[in-house]
Design a protein around this ligand. Sequence first.
Ligand SMILES: Cc1ncc(COP(=O)(O)O)c(C=O)c1O
Length: 420
Amino acid sequence: MPISQQVQNQMKGASWIRRMFEQGVELKKKYGERSVFDLTLGNPMVEPPASFRAALREAVEGDVVGAHRYMPNIGYEATRAAVARSLAGDMGVALSASRVVMTVGAASALNVVLKSLLNPGEEVIVLAPFFPEYRFYVENHGGKMVVVGTSEQFDLDVEMIAAAMNDRTKAIIVNSPNNPTGVIYGAESFRKLNEYLEDHRRRTGRTVYVVSDEPYRKIVYETRRSPSPLAYCRDTVLCSSHSKDLAIPGERIGFAVVGPDVEDGELLLNAMAFNVRTLGFVNAPALMQRVVAGLQDDSVSVDWYREKRDRLYQALVGAGYDCRLPGGAFYFFPKCPIEDDVEFVRRLAERRVLAVPGSGFGVPGYFRLSYCCEDWTVDGAIPILEELGGLGGKSVGAATKATKGVSQTAGDLRPGFPLN
Ligand SMILES: Cc1ncc(COP(=O)(O)O)c(C=O)c1O
């Protein structure tokens, strides 16, 4: 076999992706595009804001000498300064361009950071339910993913994190607003996490880094911005992008920011610059760096999402699903009315509504619906969700504690999905 054993295993675990995708394609072929209601993807259907188009036009028409050349691996100074200025203003932390590394989306930021931090066998805690790609990112760099549960409300639980830590723990990936739950972790949770990590460092001499994955930071409904560990946890590296806030995931532009007081921050930044290069990205796309420099405080209108969120929420609750109103991002993570989430999603697909089983995120018994889709998709899905909601209401036995005590290692490969 020409490919590595690890990649074979990872692909086997992710074969669901292909099957689901193929099922969607088949259904669309059979019934027509507009008769299949696809709520699986996190690929924004909203167009980028007008300011993006204007900045793009300007960047293309401006005759800047050397605009298409290589640059320092960390990216243009002006763009990094703009990122730092905007985050510093939002979060009240002291940041300068020197703490920012431009990357090829949040995915590459996470890979650059993990490559810089991990020794073989070191552990990275992720909180279930979790973005399935984390497993591959951690394994890419010789690490071992350890899954820790969250509270009944899918909130960050410091005691559960503490119970999973050991002398191999190197980092914790935190994702708020969260994919798939839409939960925003509160400032108080981050304060508590910081207290615990500081105490851990005093007791053991070991620093555990908080890798904060925040591509949905600006997609929030009840507040202006979600709290970030960057403002509360000393050893935080923030990874983010403009995939969601400017709705330009295909342009692959993002950044990583090392907090002002991070232990050995300079060393880490040097390693990250080196790894932007060694992972083969070399630098983030030049044109996009110039475009987003002036758009750091911009975002798509969240009203586009809010309207769909509210309509779906009413329908789901009305049909007896147990689900929370998302505070951010654009996903619902309701409890399935039957115990088997894979079977439930299959029943939805039979009726041409595509969703993703919670098992893909490490939490069986739930399913994810994405509402970054067009209105007709939501309109078509609602009656079918209502019909299947009558399968037993809130009947998933122990599922209110579904994530309590969930703890897996990279050994138990569960099916994964490319769930952006
Ligand atoms: C939680 C989470 N992290 C990271 C990413 C990767 O985003 P990007 O397109 O910026 O690489 C996604 C994409 O959907 C995501 O949902």
